[in-house]
Design a protein around this ligand. Sequence first.
Ligand SMILES: Nc1ncnc2c1ncn2[C@@H]1O[C@H](COP(=O)(O)OP(=O)(O)OP(=O)(O)O)[C@@H](O)[C@H]1O
Ligand SMILES: [Mg+2]
Length: 432
Amino acid sequence: MRQPPTILVVGGGGREHALVWALAGSPRRPVIISAPGNPGIADLARCVPVQADDIEGLVRLVQSERIDLTVVGPEKPLALGLADRLRALGHPVVGPSAAAAQIESSKQFAKELMTRAKIPTASAAIFEAAGPAIKYVKSRPMPVVIKADGLAQGKGVVIARSPQEAIRAIEQFMTAGVLGEAGHRILIEQFLVGDEITCMAVTDGLTIVPLLPAQDHKQLLDGGRGPNTGGMGAYAPVPFAPPALMARVEREVFQPLLAELNHMGIDYQGIIYAGLMLCRDGPYVLEFNCRLGDPEAQAVLPLLAGDVVDLCDAVAHGRLQTSDVRWRNESGVCIVLASEGYPDAPVTGRPVTGLAEANAIEGVQVFHAGTATVTGRVVTNGGRVFGVAAQAPTLQAALDRAYRAADLVRFEGKQFRRDIGARAIRSHTTLT
Ligand SMILES: Nc1ncnc2c1ncn2[C@@H]1O[C@H](COP(=O)(O)OP(=O)(O)OP(=O)(O)O)[C@@H](O)[C@H]1O
Ligand SMILES: [Mg+2]
């Protein structure tokens, strides 16, 4: 790789801002380009107006800018084959092929793979027609989980607590087609009970290295109430996911997954995200994603102690075995600041103040997720607007820093959860 390397980060949300921030901290002092980027990313990288799902535009950009390494943030360009195109042209990429991205883009593909590989997961039945699906749920104990097979931006899962709710979801997905093609095939899954955590890993197809476990907070309101969202905050590490459990996850989930993918002739280079339910008898996989989680990335990436450019280079070039992934002995958190009306109808265009003050707090980074600049001023421009991240030697101290910063960032209608990490604080007093 040239020195300094030129790196392209595809995407424009909070996850990508955290990726750019982590890469920019490398002693290699990379030149970073981001497509499309955002106003926060623009402080650290050159943003170019090419959308994350414009595959031809991104391929042209990689060639014209002589990019040394491409890091792909969101799942859509991966499912559309961006990594395949770039690798075919000899360009190194952190991100799986379209075939490998099926672990996320098809829940049927993932479920059948897990069954073959004996990876613990909820039992499920798969349907391509509404009639048999409805007949099936009438015979099942409630609750059940209805999942659209394809990519649905977090809107493809319904936890049905009654047969009526289940039938409504089936008709919405399969008959009314509210999710389009993604909902034409569905999974009806056993409902699991336990604590939900996120385990992400990096792999070069041969070696797989788990990252620190994290916990997201899906519901909009404190106490886990309200509608499901893209995620309202996260923290890492997770006190009730100690090293012994992580070793079990590596043994029972990541290693068999990689072995089965290799057995299928699928070479996976990139990030694997495992959404896990910690049940009484152990970890079960709820789902796989083929990218970093958002907001989990904002909590986990700042805790990496080594050179993130080196790590990405090792993933893209099959050198992970010799890489040494080390962590700062700290806790990381991310508090999401969302717009009024999120998730259904976010109100945008609100001027933002207090960013400089918030960013001035030691150990704090305000990552932009949904912002724009209008006449030089930052305004809100999405449902999730910021991810306020903080690190500190203790989880409580990191939360204190993040909430101090979250209070300093102001825009009309701002909403956020005040109980991010409360479960961990409750369950673990010795983490401090
Ligand atoms: N079998 C299950 N039992 C209990 N809860 C479940 C089950 N499957 C999913 N869930 C709940 O539904 C949420 C969304 O499910 P899942 O993660 O499979 O979907 P997704 O839409 O792909 O999510 P994401 O947007 O995070 O990728 C999970 O975070 C979990 O809270
Ligand atoms: Mg998913």
